[in-house]
Ligand binder design. Structure first.
Ligand code: NAD
Length: 278
């Protein structure tokens, strides 16, 4: 039998907690959680305490990356964490599964694919809160996609209050009717809403890039779910998808589907055998 893949968890918030729970339940055969790290030590301790046998709760990233047998780091922290630690993770000989995908659109995060190639490492990007990445990637294989539009609707409280204030001079509670709070390319969308619209970065990497992938974000006080509508057109035909996501109980910005997509990706990485779509 192949040796188990040592996994490190960077970020112990909503997603990190759920990922650790999945390891405890034995839902990632072939993988073993070896270390956790978070800039918030209390959260790291809480997640570390879930796991048996005990894992290393690292106080800084250097200690985290020195963990014996670490081969894969799951980033569930922030774009800032990807910028700050991404290259160190790859240099330490680990593959990196990234959730804060928006970081890949700006330097230094945008250097990571080339570094991974140079050092023979892999960057894994789960489909997160959307579906259809597999089909879009296939459609774009010969550059035959012309249009990609993502329309995301979220309740106002699930959108970055500081960005709403800066762009519209509004608090989330002051939005009483559906309101378009952003319309433009994916590159800027992830800049303005770094914790909300990573799926725009994932779509642009799969399809036609961050300048041509168009994003509309609607703050909708009538809904409680996070809704993504994806439209793509090209020589291949058309894709039209709507995803209505239940949100994570610990973080209304994050959908449960994104947690499940991490777990499905992790299971495929850790277990030889069938690899489906994305
Ligand atoms: N790709 C997708 O579809 C998708 C879906 C949902 C969430 N996300 C992204 O995944 C990330 C995690 O989401 P979450 O809901 O668990 O967030 P969360 O806010 O609940 O937890 C994030 C945790 O990471 C820690 N952290 C943040 N920056 C750090 C740093 N520089 N160093 C160390 N620790 C750091 C925080 O202290 C926090 O405990 C976010 O960036 C979020 O935007 C992506």
């Amino acid at each position: 039998m192949a040796a188990e893949i040592g996994v490190g968890l960077m970020g112990c918030g909503a997603i990190g907690f759920s990922v650790a729970e999945a390891f405890v339940r034995g839902e990632v055969p072939g993988g073993i959680l070896r270390a956790v790290f978070d800039q918030n030590g209390v959260r790291a301790q809480a997640v570390g305490a879930l796991v048996h046998p005990p894992v290393s709760v690292a106080v800084d990233v250097a200690e985290f990356l020195r963990t014996e047998g670490l081969r894969l780091v799951v980033e569930a922290a922030s774009q800032q964490a990807v910028h700050e630690y991404g290259a160190q993770v790859l240099q330490a000989g680990c593959d990196l599964l990234i959730l804060s995908v928006g970081a890949l659109l700006e330097p230094p995060g945008s250097d990571l694919p080339a570094l991974a190639e140079r050092w023979g490492r892999r960057l894994h990007i789960p489909s997160g809160g959307i579906v259809g990445i597999d089909g879009l990637k296939a459609a774009a294989f010969r550059g035959e996609v012309e249009v990609v539009v993502l329309t995301t609707r979220k309740p106002p409280y699930a959108l970055a209050p500081e960005t709403l204030m800066e762009r519209l001079h509004l608090q989330p509670s002051e939005i009483r009717e559906p309101m378009v709070v952003y319309e433009g390319p994916a590159r800027e969308a992830v800049r303005y809403f770094p914790a909300n619209i990573n799926v725009a970065a994932t779509l642009s990497l799969a399809g036609i890039g961050p300048e041509r992938t168009m994003v509309r974000i609607v703050a909708d006080p009538r809904i409680t779910l996070n809704v993504h509508e994806i439209y793509a057109r090209g020589a291949f035909g058309e894709i039209s998808i709507t995803v209505r996501n239940i949100t994570h109980p610990q973080n209304p910005r994050t959908s449960m589907l994104s947690v499940l997509s991490v777990l499905a990706t992790l299971r495929e990485i850790c277990r030889p055998g069938i690899h489906l779509g994305t």
